[in-house]
Design a protein around this ligand. Structure first.
Ligand code: GLN
Length: 196
């Protein structure tokens, strides 16, 4: 099978970590900073970082509309943390004027764990993956506070707060598998790319 050619949005954030995981899984990785580069990929990862900065840069680089068009056109996209915020149709606690790309019919609360618990790790049961549980690293993470009818919840914390979702070819996690050696979400994303 030929290697799928996938992009990592490379405006800000943990671009390198995602590129490494995707390369390890056999994908050809393109760093996307311009619309021409986006046109050339069969799937896209939106990394973790700071969603308000990625939002501003995507507009400054003329990428916001091309990204929205690509998502609406069915491009498989995987967003982690800030990337999940960018994929959400609705956001609460964004900075003034913050926009998202949208695509996932969810509401996401930015920095939902507050300043007291900036970062934590948890072992998550993800029924779609079975054993072992996912070791999830949360860093100033968002939460999914509302999901539309077409959205599948892939994982929640023990108190049922939602932290991983999928809607068609769009995948989002509030945590960072790419920093924890967890490959199953990226594998699922590449399966979506191959199926598209
Ligand atoms: N708090 C960041 C934001 O609002 C997300 C943090 C992360 O991606 N690790 O975008």
């Amino acid at each position: 099978m030929t290697a799928p050619r996938v992009g990592v949005l490379a405006l800000q954030g943990d671009v390198r970590e995602h590129a490494r995981v995707l390369t390890d899984l056999g994908a050809e990785v393109v760093l996307v900073r311009r619309p021409e580069e986006l046109a050339d990929v069969a799937g896209l990862v939106l990394p973790g970082g700071e969603s308000s900065v990625i939002d501003k840069l995507s507009r400054a680089f003329g990428l916001q509309q091309p990204l929205r068009d690509a998502i609406a056109g069915g491009l498989p996209v995987y967003g982690t943390c800030a990337g999940l915020i960018l994929l959400a149709d609705r956001i609460t606690d964004g900075i003034v004027g913050q926009e998202t790309l949208g695509g996932l019919d969810v509401t996401v609360r930015r920095n939902a764990f507050g300043s007291q618990v900036d970062s934590f790790e948890a072992d998550l049961r993800v029924p779609a993956f079975g054993d072992p549980p996912v070791h999830a690293v949360f860093i100033r993470a968002p939460l999914v506070t509302e999901v539309g009818p077409g959205v599948e919840v892939l994982a929640a914390l023990e108190d049922d707060r939602i932290v991983a979702v999928q809607q068609g070819a769009l995948l989002g996690t509030a945590f960072h598998p790419e920093v924890a050696g967890e490959l199953r979400f990226h594998r699922r994303f590449l399966d979506l790319v191959r199926a598209a």
